[in-house]
Write a protein that binds this ligand. Structure first.
Ligand SMILES: [Zn+2]
Length: 83
């Protein structure tokens, strides 16, 4: 049976070169590969690390990127409008 964690591990392995489980086992951030807890400055950040494997710094950086990408469906619209 494929669990959500299996999917997360596959995705994180593809994107970051390590699985979420590996990152949590070593207590390193999955993205910057530095000690994650040291880079979490709030309890919410530590909670987020245990869910996503991202230290708070990287998590905030990713959220900031997504905020700028307001037209996130652009690619989808282009591909579906093409006949
Ligand atoms: Zn990080």
């Amino acid at each position: 049976m494929t669990t959500l964690r299996d999917i997360q591990n596959k995705m994180t392995k593809a994107v970051y070169g390590q699985t979420l489980d590996e990152a949590l086992d070593t207590q390193l951030c999955i993205k910057c590969k530095e000690p994650a807890i040291a880079k979490c400055y709030s309890p919410a950040g530590i909670k987020e690390y245990n869910l996503s494997g991202l230290c708070e710094e990287c998590f905030d950086a990713i959220m900031a990127e997504n905020d700028e990408d307001e037209d996130g469906w652009g690619f989808f619209e282009i591909t579906t409008n093409k006949e």
